[in-house]
Design a protein. Structure first.
Length: 220
């Protein structure tokens, strides 16, 4: 949501109110994000040795489960979690990038249009990566499949490095700590732009499903 120029009446209203941090990211989005980041790191660190293979595939299947849950949450979740809120067309992405070139990047409460594109790329590559990992594990292909799997892992690592750099740069330019917002769920926003519930039950379901997957992988 663009917040650069609220209507004058609303701006006056805003200026007369103390700006308190308010909830923007619900708990399922935050639980998804940090579980995905940990799973990626875990899968990356355990990829080289046979000894760690069970850990490697457990982290990998966790990523696949998380992506499936995030796709469902993108259709049914709270305001800023929904794809319809942050996935925009090429014109919006171009306008956003132009605002960067002018060193005055537009401010959005949720994901900005370029960030949204990066998120779709991360989700897409991560889905292909886990599918190729599963196919390698099930020996459905030859050496070429392992090579595709490894190449996709490198592409995702490059996207993640870009993602983290973009998050830090945007935080600096807007003087807004986006990493803290992804941890606490809160940002300073105009009245009425916050979400009403953190939806803890759905976050618990997500974490419960992840725990179930790890139990199945190690003990079933
Ligand atoms: C230390 C590492 C990381 C930090 C500090 C970080 C930080 C963030 C922040 C601040 C956002 C919100 C951006 C915004 O305000 O628009 C975000 C979103 C996102 N990040 Fe990361 N990230 C990290 C690692 C990763 C990794 C490893 C992945 C994937 C493998 C990832 C995937 C995503 C995705 C998919 C979103 C969108 C969240 C959603 O709407 O569900 N991030 N990240
Ligand atoms: C369902 C998820 C996954 C499964 C079942 C899986 C399975 C495997 C298997 C069986 C191998 C060894 C054989 C081969 O090279 O094909 C492997 C290698 C590898 N995996 Fe995965 N993987 C998964 C997800 C991931 C993820 C998310 C990453 C990235 C973080 C990753 C990175 C790698 C890398 C870099 C190698 C090559 C290691 C080397 O030989 O140097 N995998 N994976």
């Amino acid at each position: 949501m663009k917040t650069q120029s609220p209507a004058p009446a609303r701006r006056q209203n805003l200026e007369s109110q103390p700006h308190q941090p308010a909830l923007v990211w619900d708990l399922p989005v935050r639980a998804f994000h940090w579980s995905l980041a940990l799973s990626f790191l875990g899968a990356w660190l355990t990829s080289e040795s046979e000894r760690w293979q069970l850990w490697h595939i457990s982290f990998g299947y966790s990523m696949a489960l998380l992506i499936a849950l995030r796709l469902a949450w993108g259709l049914t979740g709270t305001r800023y979690a929904r794809f319809s809120e942050f996935v925009r067309g090429p014109a919006a992405v171009a306008a956003y990038l132009r605002s960067w070139l002018q060193l005055r990047p537009r401010h959005y409460v949720g994901h900005n249009p370029a960030g949204a594109l990066a998120i779709l790329a991360i989700l897409g590559v991560a889905a292909a990566l886990t599918a190729s990992g599963h196919a390698s594990y099930a020996e459905l292909g030859g050496d070429w499949l392992s090579e595709v799997h490894e190449a996709l892992a490198n592409v995702l690592m490059a996207l993640v490095v870009l993602h983290i750099a973009a998050v830090l740069l945007t935080s600096l330019l807007h003087r807004e700590n986006l990493v803290r917002a992804m941890l606490t769920g809160k940002k300073i926003v105009a009245a009425g732009e916050e979400i009403r519930s953190a939806r803890p039950l759905f976050a618990l379901i997500l974490l419960g499903l992840l725990a179930g997957l790890w139990w199945l992988m190690f003990f079933a």
